[in-house]
Design a protein around this ligand. Structure first.
Ligand code: NDP
Ligand code: 8X3
Length: 252
């Protein structure tokens, strides 16, 4: 029987690539995001190859999260794999110049949103004594870089929660892993720079950045190990990147 994967932030980037890859491998999919038209496009594309259900909600709104997950039809209620991927950076400025709205968006989305979704889904995994949670962190959750302040804090929280989940869920036979990418070319920088696509483009110029498909491939590897194998976490860089702050541009 096919496993069901529940992917937050499936409307673009890493989440979308993961949905596309998992569909090819016959996972049933619950795909989540705020942009309804993107969810519909994915539903159309992927329901040709697997069973797909979409849920439109904002992870920052705990009532919406609960209502959306409660509304799942019977065929999709049993979630085998939760991929906590939804998140973004908002802004890149010294802490004394940071915007409170940006800070709220990052703490509420990247940290509290991940918790709200997990809180609704974990009990069924505990009850079944089986399940897998993949948390998408970042190199920003392992290091702090200039002007990254609150985004880095939010991803350090994801790193801590990943460890916390593994400890607390250990006796319930639930696997918990984190993926910590470096620079991945997605809509991430467009969002960080609030639609300034020229500035966003420069982030990925002068070297070959990771692509969303590279990370999807790693996520698929992690969730397809035998059940007794649990990868704690993985850091993945583009070859041109050596740390959060060391990037070799224009090498060729
Ligand atoms: P994208 O901007 O391409 O995708 C972000 C996804 O998250 C979208 O599907 C978006 O959907 C969803 N999302 C954002 N905020 C919310 C919200 N409040 N409620 C529901 N869904 C939300 O970026 P990436 O694919 O790059 O990002 C995915 C994850 O990977 C994030 O957690 C990011 O921090 C992390 N990451 C990214 C890296 C990079 O360099 N790109 C590197 C390391 C980690 P919608 O707008 O439809 O709601
Ligand atoms: C995204 C990668 O380096 O912009 O998490 O923080 S970085």
């Amino acid at each position: 029987m096919s496993l069901t994967a529940f992917i937050t932030g499936a409307t673009s980037g890493i989440g979308k690539a993961t949905a596309q890859l998992f569909a090819k491998h016959n996972f049933n999919l619950v795909l989540c995001g705020r942009r309804q038209e993107k969810l519909e496009q994915l539903q159309q594309e992927l329901s040709k190859i697997t069973k797909v259900y979409t849920l439109q909600f904002d992870v920052r709104n705990k009532e919406e999260v609960q209502k959306a997950i409660d509304s799942l039809p019977n065929d999709f209620k049993k979630i085998d794999i939760l991929i906590n991927n939804a998140g973004n950076a908002h802004g890149l400025s010294p802490i004394q110049e940071g915007s409170l709205d940006d800070w709220d968006a990052m703490i509420d989305g990247n940290v509290k949103g991940l918790l709200y979704v997990s809180k609704v889904i974990i009990p069924q995994m505990v009850e079944r004594n089986n399940g897998f949670i993949v948390n998408i962190g970042s190199i920003a959750g392992k290091e702090v870089y200039p002007n990254g302040n609150v985004y880095c804090a939010s991803k350090h929280a994801v790193n801590a929660l990943n460890k916390a989940m593994r400890i607390d869920l250990n006796k319930h036979n639930i696997r918990v892993s984190a993926i910590h990418p470096g620079l991945v070319e997605t809509e991430f920088s467009d969002v960080r720079f609030k639609g300034d696509s020229e500035r966003a483009k420069t982030v990925y110029q002068g070297y070959k950045a990771l692509q969303a498909e590279d990370i999807a491939d790693i996520i698929h590897f992690v969730v397809t190990r035998p059940y007794h194998v649990n990868i704690e976490d993985l850091i993945i860089y583009p070859t041109a990147q050596a740390s959060a702050t060391i990037l070799h541009k224009d090498a060729n």
